[in-house]
Design a binder for this molecule. Structure first.
Ligand code: NAD
Length: 272
């Protein structure tokens, strides 16, 4: 965007942004995206080596804070590091998560609790930790990365699905409670994205079984989700709160039926 002096104003100029799970995958893509838009970014992750390397690569506008999202002590330290280095916090992206693939009847309680603790309780702790800073600043934007799986069932991923539905509910309640503080809270629901988390999937391309029946028959690249996160976090989305933003290639639509289609999405004709 240009102001009257012809100077380019970026969407997050000098704003402080914390991204959990920012050391790799979608989180790292969002770190790069926010920096490009002028933000000062805190990479908050348990992956110290990767997080420090990314912060080092991106220069003065980025710091790394060792954060386990389940630790209240780590949250206090991360908020303090962000405020002391860059000033009050404008944006929190609750992105850190793990996945566990096992049918519910076979899932041990310890595995269940770990997923809920990181994906859902970690998001709650993040909201709780950041609100005082945002209230002080007079505004804020919280983006919770849920999943398409937060809007439907998924065979063999009960704990993950429950955590992502939970994040969606938490988003709506936080939005109700924080609107009067000028803090918006929204959730993003990606389909399969090419990251470490999706490495169990066949991400080789449009023929991969997990994506071949989608309306858009491929996996997403991380920057396709990052662009949505930048919009949702920014003032461009100023009237959206408690909302669900889906970017799933049509996953929630169900499989695109073969009848009526003339190509398989790879230019090859379908035999009818
Ligand atoms: P990823 O495994 O590459 O990255 C997850 C990041 O979270 C890692 O950097 C990891 O170290 C961090 N993390 C894990 N536990 C943590 C903890 N206790 N404290 C702090 N950080 C922790 O996965 P990704 O695909 O980049 O996932 C990012 C988000 O996108 C997640 O919320 C995930 O559920 C969501 N998502 C991913 C996909 C997909 O197909 N990749 C689909 C839908 C939603």
């Amino acid at each position: 965007m240009d102001n009257s002096n012809g100077k380019v104003i970026k969407r997050f100029d000098k704003r402080t942004v914390i991204i959990t799970g920012g050391a790799r995958g979608l989180g790292a893509s969002m770190v790069r995206g926010f920096v490009t838009e002028g933000a000062n970014v805190v990479i908050a992750d348990v992956l110290e080596r990767e997080g420090l390397a990314l912060a080092d690569e991106l220069g003065d506008k980025v710091i790394f804070s060792l954060l386990d999202v389940t630790s209240e002590k780590d949250w206090t330290a991360t908020i303090a590091a962000a405020e002391n280095t860059f000033g009050s916090i404008s944006v929190l992206v609750n992105n850190a998560a793990i996945v566990h693939f096992e049918p519910i009847a076979e899932t041990e309680p310890v595995a269940w609790r770990k997923v809920i603790d990181i994906n859902l309780t970690g998001t709650y702790l993040g909201i709780r930790a950041v609100v005082p800073s945002m209230r002080k600043a007079g505004s804020g934007s919280i983006v919770n990365i849920s999943a398409a799986a937060g809007m439907t069932g998924m065979w063999g991923a009960g704990a993950y699905v429950a955590s992502k539905w939970g994040g969606r509910g938490l988003t709506k309640t936080a939005a109700l409670e924080l609107g009067q503080d000028n803090i918006r809270v929204n959730s993003i629901h990606p389909g399969a994205v090419r990251t470490h988390m999706a490495s169990g999937l066949d991400t080789s391309g449009i023929a991969a079984p997990e994506v071949k029946d989608l309306a858009i028959p491929r996996i997403a690249e991380p920057d396709e989700i990052t662009r949505l996160a930048l919009f949702v976090a920014s003032d461009e989305a100023s009237f959206s709160t408690g909302s669900e933003f889906v970017a799933d290639g049509g996953y929630l639509l169900g499989p695109a039926p073969v009848f009526g289609r003339t190509t398989a999405g790879n230019g090859k004709a379908i035999k009818q």
